[in-house]
Design a protein around this ligand. Structure first.
Ligand SMILES: Nc1ncnc2c1ncn2[C@@H]1O[C@H](COP(=O)(O)OP(=O)(O)OP(=O)(O)O)[C@@H](O)[C@H]1O
Ligand SMILES: [Mg+2]
Length: 454
């Protein structure tokens, strides 16, 4: 059952119980009131009839006097007086005042109580007239209670109706944002993170709406982040592919062609017995092959850098520097790399940091010199540093992925990363410290370190 209906049902139940309680109280009060009224009416009527009978004389108009006693009760609200003949026949009876709003029979039956009546005999000298009988008639009293009940019922039911209408409207208004929230949650579930809920309504619900909006905002940012990452990835992949195809075309193609030309010339030279030229041609073919091998290694290292790292950090960093030197001949690169082997995960992290650090320095700093260091410090830390003399960090708070990725890598290895403008000089200094599992290098005991890295 919806919350609004449940609340209304609960309040309606409480009000109905109050109504029933009020009805019972009114009934009880009415019962007592009728009993009292009827008793006192009987008392008053009894003494009036007794007094009147005492004045009756055995004169000729005793019958007229008896009639006067009966008619003195005409229009009474509670008492009916009757003249009963000596044989028990009803001679005359007074008229009871008619109630303005006659009560229903069921209520009369509930409130009337036991019948009350009294009979007064005429004095001995007027005995022939019979007797006067009075009895209490509670119709008028019950009618009063009935009117009272109707009024109270009208007041209480109007009050209930107003209270229920107010609760309906207030709860409806208070819950409207919750309905918005549930439809917004559905939208988020369907992947629409632009969903927003107005932070209106009761104070206690506002923190929920605020938290929802923050969550949707974060999800939206994360989605945009992912989108950018995907776009960047495909752009980088695209660039890499076109660069590799250019390299294959420009660097490998001509040497393949040259080697082919040289190889084709050899049979001719053999037939001419020109052995010195054959030697020259074979040297040229070897040079072409060596050239192609160097380029092929460069391409491979870009396709599978881990293959390169497997050969050791020094070789990988040399390749990295060669890659950038070929593209930025004006930059002076200096390397200070530990000639030792570290666990594979640490070597890869160190290489990636040097790679991204160098790429950042070239892309953002326009430096004239870049220094790459990976040294084991005395405190069993591998210290990886990339420093440049470029512009320094200009666009603070730029949302790239390089630094974030580096931080994640370093955190996974329980290391520390700091990046800042160089003190007292131009450029940027990126310092990463990664704890080493032991002071021993792989050089001393390569097998042991490979095992510990796994
Ligand atoms: N050596 C540096 N010289 C100058 N600015 C730098 C240097 N290194 C980083 N920065 C600044 O720090 C920002 C964040 O670098 P980060 O590598 O995280 O992102 P990016 O290089 O802009 O993009 P991405 O690496 O995702 O392609 C850069 O945009 C740049 O402004
Ligand atoms: Mg970067």
């Amino acid at each position: 059952m919806p919350l609004r209906r449940r609340l209304l049902a609960l309040v309606a139940l409480v009000l109905a119980l109050c109504l029933i309680g009020g009805g019972v109280l009114t009934y009880w009060h009415g019962l007592r009131k009728i009993d009292l009224e009827m008793s006192s009416a009987m008392e008053v009527a009894s003494s009036a009839v007794s007094d009147a009978l005492a004045t009756i004389t055995s004169s000729a108009d005793a019958s007229a006097q008896a009639q006067r006693i009966i008619s003195s009760f005409d229009g009474d609200r509670h008492i009916v007086a009757s003249l009963v003949g000596p044989g028990g026949s009803l001679e005359s009876t007074s008229r009871l005042q008619k109630p303005a709003d006659p009560p229903p029979h069921w209520l009369y039956g509930l409130l009337a109580g036991a019948p009350r009546s009294r009979t007064f005999a005429f004095p001995a000298d007027a005995k022939s007239l019979g007797a006067i009988e009075i009895h209490a008639d509670p119709h008028n009293e019950v009618s009063e209670v009935w009117e009272d009940l109707k009024l109270k019922f009208l007041i209480v039911s109007s009050f209930c109706a107003i209270v229920l209408a107010l609760i309906y409207a207030t709860v409806g208004r208070a819950l409207r944002p919750l309905e918005q929230l549930s439809s917004a949650l559905e939208r988020v579930g369907d992947g629409d993170y632009t969903a927003h809920v107005a932070e209106a309504g009761p104070e206690d619900l506002k923190p929920i709406y605020r938290a929802f909006n923050q969550m949707a905002e974060r999800l939206r940012t994360a989605e945009q982040h992912n989108q950018r990452l995907n776009e960047q990835l495909s752009t980088v992949q695209e660039e890499e592919r076109s660069e590799i195809s250019r390299d294959l075309h420009d660097e490998i193609g001509p040497f393949l062609f040259a080697a082919d030309v040289d190889a084709q010339a050899i049979p001719l030279l053999v037939s001419r017995d020109a052995s010195s030229e054959i030697v020259e041609r074979s040297k040229a073919i070897r040079q072409s092959v060596q050239h192609m091998q160097v380029h092929l290694r460069g391409i491979l290292s870009r396709l599978r850098p881990t293959l390169l790292i497997d050969q050791g950090l020094i070789i990988a960093v040399e390749q990295l520097v060669a890659f950038w030197k070929a593209r930025r001949p004006n930059i002076v690169f200096t390397m200070d790399i530990e000639d030792a082997r570290f666990p594979a995960g640490i070597e890869e992290a160190a290489f990636r940091i040097l790679q991204e650090g160098t790429s950042n320095a070239v892309r953002h700093g326009q430096p004239s010199a870049i220094g790459l260091t990976a040294r084991q410090a005395p405190d069993d830390m591998l210290r990886v540093v990339v420093s440049d003399d470029g512009s320094g960090i200009v666009a603070k708070g730029t949302r790239g992925f390089g630094l974030a990725g580096m931080r994640e890598r370093v955190a996974l290895l329980n290391g520390r990363l700091r990046i800042a403008d160089r003190e007292g000089g131009k450029g940027v200094m990126l310092i990463v410290e990664i704890p080493l599992p032991s002071a021993r290098s792989k050089k001393d005991n390569p097998q042991a370190l490979t095992t510990s890295a796994a």
